[in-house]
Design a protein around this ligand. Structure first.
Ligand SMILES: [Zn+2]
Length: 237
């Protein structure tokens, strides 16, 4: 019976929806899965219609697949403004950042907003540099996925079980705050302060924070305090 179903029977969006376990593991900020999952939305001009689809890495990274598919569409119009929103399990690697930059420089009608669950190899200087460039030079909005984005993706991209529309996965908010903090470091050209390691035997992802003076000087106190790893009594500057 239709009323007992999730978004499923007769729903034209079912074909592109991913399974709940896929969403839960791909987008878990503590999981360090190798593959990248992309959920995306495209909106043209003043139209209220939103095109949604999903993608995974193939022989190419998912970001490259998106760009190739998007630019090969026959009805692509460069005179109408286009808003693209990505929900990515990993932020783009430096090579994809370069490709995105190139794509945006050739399509001035396109704006790109990106929500990421984790930052890809965030200690790698090249990844940091190109991600920063994407934000500073190309004007891409990059943010860490939080509750509202998980909720939105669950409802619009996941074939959730019957009656579980509101049961999007709740991850420890600390992880989102840690990644948001590190993203700030990247954008502000600061050295990494977050270190992540994985204990495969115990299936545990661990982190440590190491601040330098420059972090206290440059990162807004509310971001540091939000991690709850810092005492408010610290003198900032
Ligand atoms: Zn890549």
């Amino acid at each position: 019976m239709t009323s007992e179903k999730g978004p499923s029977t007769g729903d034209a969006t079912l074909r592109r929806r991913i399974k709940p376990w896929e969403f839960e593991t791909f987008f878990d900020p503590r999981e360090l899965r190798k593959e990248t999952c992309l959920l995306y939305e495209i909106k043209w001009g003043t139209s209220h219609k939103i095109w949604r689809n999903t993608g995974l890495n193939t022989t190419k990274h998912v970001e490259i697949n998106f760009i190739e598919k998007f630019t090969s569409e026959r009805n692509f119009s460069s005179s109408v403004s286009c808003c693209i929103t990505w929900f990515l399990s990993w932020s783009p690697c430096w090579e994809c950042c370069k490709a995105i930059k190139e794509f945006l420089s050739q399509h001035s009608n396109v704006t790109l907003v990106m929500y990421v669950a984790r930052i890809f190899h965030h200690m790698d200087p090249q990844n940091r540099q190109e991600l920063r460039d994407l934000v500073i030079t190309s004007g891409v909005t990059v943010q860490i996925m939080r509750g509202p984005e998980y909720d939105h993706c669950w409802r619009n991209f996941v074939n959730y079980p019957p009656g579980e529309e509101a049961h999007w996965p709740r991850y420890p908010p600390l992880w989102m705050k840690l990644y948001a903090l590190e993203l700030h470091c990247i954008i502000l050209s600061l050295p990494p302060c977050l270190k992540i390691s994985r204990r495969y035997q115990h299936q545990q992802t661990l982190f440590s924070l190491k601040f330098q003076n420059c972090h206290f000087q440059m990162i807004p106190p509310y971001i540091l305090l939000a991690t709850e790893m810092i005492q408010p009594s610290v003198t900032w500057r």
